[in-house]
Design a protein around this ligand. Structure first.
Ligand SMILES: NC(=O)c1ccc[n+]([C@@H]2O[C@H](COP(=O)([O-])OP(=O)(O)OC[C@H]3O[C@@H](n4cnc5c(N)ncnc54)[C@H](O)[C@@H]3O)[C@@H](O)[C@H]2O)c1
Length: 346
């Protein structure tokens, strides 16, 4: 476990309980200073650098700040270790591509921590959309707001939007063709703390709107999917009813706008801690050689959107993914559906 700060300490707890994992070591430059961690140095279960730990590990989970993901990931991969890298996989598409190529050359598993792709509620939302239960999908709307932890090396788009982009790509089974981003710096002089994104999944006629903020009084984790027949709301803060399906629609009839108001239902979702599902999947993939559900390509797809969003922000215009990604012109925007990937047991 490389990086045992806020998120890495959760990963450490989960990895210690994951079947098939014999021994977990904590690697962190600040290990002697971290509460409850310093003693690990004396028992050989803690290291202050990846380099020192490499001879003792088969795989590494990287939960360090985003700018360090590529150099640390490459060092681990080139030493023949399987890697699970936290989101975002990299801070540039070129960096993500370098990781993918290195993992291919070394024959090791490269997986990205798109935690929400291991979340039962997101799977249900995907099922509702893909089965057309909502009718034709008009749009997705996502909000991830809080008095958030200001990051020192990235803005709120790189910090929070990877979740919403990975959810949108997963639910739609596609990647967007264009991105428009708006953002403002209120507290931090360098990094935007509030941002809005519009992702154009043009080939399927769907837009995804994303609002991310470190500067909001409420903790909001909402994804709304609006279709021609029904609407679904995924609220990750509502542990009793994460998904609510509204039998509501708006349509035109006899030249007038008509409203349908039906019942609201909340399906039962078998819920397992997404981080634990993700950890088990990582171990399965490295053991069997299966391609992870959130593989390097899925990490790259998210990084490309982030890069396009940053360019849009800087140039105040809509940016096509093809401008930043170096994708071949035959790129359809469709990403492989999970059914073609390794099955994930919940
Ligand atoms: N999947 C999720 O839901 C989720 C949630 C929060 C954070 N994250 C991701 O986890 C990553 C870490 O975020 P965080 O909030 O835990 O950061 P953090 O600052 O709390 O922790 C990072 C740790 O990495 C250590 N570190 C940095 N560079 C190092 C190096 N070269 N060698 C050894 N140790 C090093 C630091 O000492 C620190 O303890 C980020 O990529 C973030 O986006 C993911």
């Amino acid at each position: 476990m490389l990086g045992v700060g806020y998120w890495g300490s959760k990963q450490l707890r989960v990895m210690r309980a994951t079947p098939g994992v014999g021994r977990v070591v904590a690697i962190d430059a600040r290990l002697p200073l971290l509460s409850g961690m310093a003693h690990l140095l004396a028992t050989g279960e803690g290291f202050t650098s990846l380099e020192a730990a490499l001879p003792h590990i088969d795989a590494v989970v990287i939960a360090t700040p985003p700018a360090s993901h590529v150099p640390l990931g490459l060092a681990a991969i080139r030493a023949g270790k399987h890697v699970l890298i936290e989101k975002p996989l990299a801070t540039s598409a070129a960096g993500a591509q370098e990781l993918i190529q290195a993992a291919k050359d070394a024959g090791v598993t490269l997986m990205v921590g798109h935690t929400f792709e291991y979340n039962g509620a997101v799977w249900m939302l995907r099922e509702l959309v893909q089965s057309q239960e909502l009718g034709d999908l008009y749009y997705l709307d996502s909000s991830r707001l809080n008095m958030g932890l200001y990051q020192s090396d990235v803005n709120v788009i790189s910090d929070l939007a990877p979740h919403d982009i990975s959810i949108a790509n997963h639910v739609l089974g596609a990647a967007p063709a264009s991105v428009r981003a708006w953002g403002r710096r209120h507290v931090d002089p360098v990094f935007e703390d509030v941002a809005h994104l519009e992702l154009g999944y043009d080939h399927i006629g769907v837009q995804a709107h994303i609002h991310v903020s470190w500067l909001d009084p409420r903790k909001v984790r909402l994804v709304t999917a609006v279709g021609s027949k029904k609407m679904a709301v995924y609220d990750d803060t509502n542990t009793e009813e994460r998904i609510r399906i509204h039998d509501k629609s708006v349509y035109r009839s006899d030249g007038r706008v008509q409203y349908h108001h039906g019942a609201i239902s909340s399906p039962v979702i078998r819920f397992d801690e997404p981080l634990a599902v993700q950890a088990r999947h990582f171990v399965d993939c490295m053991t069997t050689g299966a391609v992870p559900r959130s593989d390097g390509a899925s990490g790259l797809a998210v990084v490309q959107v982030i890069e396009a969003a940053q360019l849009s922000l800087a140039q105040d215009r809509k940016v096509l993914l093809s401008e930043v990604s170096g994708l071949p012109e035959t790129h359809t925007g469709l990403i492989p559906v999970p059914a073609q990937r390794a099955p994930v047991s919940a």
